[in-house]
Design a protein around this ligand. Structure first.
Ligand SMILES: NC(=O)C1=CN([C@@H]2O[C@H](COP(=O)(O)OP(=O)(O)OC[C@H]3O[C@@H](n4cnc5c(N)ncnc54)[C@H](OP(=O)(O)O)[C@@H]3O)[C@@H](O)[C@H]2O)C=CC1
Ligand SMILES: O=C(CO)COP(=O)(O)O
Length: 320
């Protein structure tokens, strides 16, 4: 890529995406609110990956027009960085969550704050450390406009990071947000010693729950069987380095939500997304028993035994 790329957010994902973008040949400007690197030239959240010369960390973005801007801050803070986006330049939103106060998904937040910026979202099974290391991976790039999403996927794909195009923004964003909630539940299951069978059942019924809600929001079921749905759900529910899974593991072992949050190495979007997802499901009249249980459990409204009983004592019915 000949034009530069901006990345907003100096956390694990912003750092990994900056390293990835530099592999396309682009000069990358990585904006972080505390634009400091460690003595070896690495970012604090991924200290084992020193940044190459093609990635410049900055507190203020340079006055150049980039090919695109990758935005990788937690969803609850997305709106606060959007004023920095250059008008007319595509912004690829890389966060996975729902704004708590408004129940808005990332593309809705962008449309609300910056009508002059075309948007896309990047979601899929992608642990930051593996992308930073240049290990093979795939993801989905979604935007309402086919030409835009195809152009961006060609711009940002490399031989090791393959981007599939999609126009199902509702399905992709819902899958990406909801898998974090199910991942917390998966961690709880293992942390509490409920077993691998229980976890497999939870992942499967979690996918059914996500697909029901996504469909009600206008998403396509096939999207939820894809990288942003099943792919990311599997990774986050079983990968030990997932912050959402680790959050659940600590809760399942008896830690309080407050203490568990403080012990994490970064954001666990599932914690704020659970209540937002529940509210969204109620608005659309969709049943989300796992989300309801994990939201109530994290808020201390029910015990683990009550949550387990509530899920297992639902009326018996057909699977499909
Ligand atoms: N890590 C991963 O593997 C992946 C993460 N994601 C998603 O990317 C998003 C970001 O996650 P990740 O980078 O891992 O999170 P981290 O916890 O590693 O980092 C969050 C970053 O956001 C910054 N930040 C927090 N609040 C603000 C704010 N108000 N303004 C500007 N910057 C802010 C933090 O700055 P400071 O350091 O100064 O606190 C930090 O650099 C999440 O939605 C996550 O779900 C998606 C795919 C993979
Ligand atoms: O989204 C991710 C992997 O695709 C990262 O998961 P965690 O935020 O749970 O670490």
């Amino acid at each position: 890529m000949t034009d530069p790329v901006f990345v907003l957010g100096g956390g694990a994902w912003g750092t990994a995406l900056a390293l990835h973008a530099s592999r396309t040949g682009a000069q990358v400007y990585l904006w972080a609110r505390t634009a400091q690197t460690l003595p070896n030239g690495a970012m604090p959240r991924l200290p084992e990956y020193p940044l190459p010369a093609g990635v410049q960390v900055c507190a203020t973005l340079p006055r150049v027009v980039p090919a695109c801007v990758l935005v990788a801050v937690p969803t609850q803070h997305l709106a606060s960085v959007l004023p920095m986006l250059p008008a007319g330049v595509p912004a690829i939103l890389c966060c996975k969550g729902i704004e708590r106060q408004t129940l808005a998904f990332p593309l809705d937040i962008l449309a609300r704050e910056r009508r002059d910026v075309p948007g896309a979202v990047l979601c899929g099974p992608n642990f930051a450390r593996e992308i930073a290391a240049g290990l093979p991976a795939a993801a989905v790039l979604a935007a309402p406009d086919t030409a835009r999403v195809q152009a961006l996927s060609h711009l940002l794909s490399t031989p090791l990071f393959r981007l599939y195009a999609s126009t199902d923004c509702a399905g992709v964003q819902l899958g990406a947000a909801a898998k974090n909630v199910i991942a917390v539940a998966s961690g709880v299951t293992i942390g509490a010693g409920l077993g691998e069978n229980a976890r497999a059942a939870l992942i499967t019924r979690g996918l059914a729950e996500i697909t029901r809600l996504a469909t009600a929001l206008g998403g396509q079921p096939a999207t939820l069987a894809g990288l942003a749905g099943l792919g990311d759900l599997l990774l986050t529910c079983t990968g030990a380095s997932s912050r959402n899974y680790q959050m659940g593991l600590a809760l399942g072992q008896g830690m309080s939500t407050h203490t568990a949050l403080g012990s994490l190495p970064g954001v666990a979007e599932g914690v704020t997304t659970a209540a937002a997802l529940q509210a969204l499901a109620r608005t659309h009249g969709v049943e989300t028993p796992i989300t309801d249980c994990i939201a109530a459990f994290m808020e201390g409204r029910i015990t683990l035994a009550q949550a387990t009983h509530s899920l297992l004592s639902r009326p018996l019915r057909s699977e499909v």
